[in-house]
Design a protein around this ligand. Structure first.
Ligand SMILES: [Zn+2]
Length: 63
């Protein structure tokens, strides 16, 4: 299960699925993991936590 956990971490930043509601602060929208406190960027467009690779792709397109 270690590999699956690693993939989950890459996608969502942590392995938990118990998240707070979405917060918006200083232009950043995110959910907070209730287990470990990780901040997970959240998209109102897709109504989901934004995967890490998607964030990197968008950041690259912007610069
Ligand atoms: Zn967590």
């Amino acid at each position: 299960m270690a590999i699956r956990r690693t993939i989950w971490n890459l996608l969502f930043g942590c392995r938990h699925r118990e998240l707070s509601r979405a917060f918006t602060n200083q232009g950043e929208t995110y959910k907070v993991c209730l287990k470990c406190g990780a901040h997970l960027p959240y998209s109102w467009e897709t109504m989901t936590v934004v995967p890490e690779r998607e964030r990197k792709r968008k950041a690259g397109a912007r610069s």
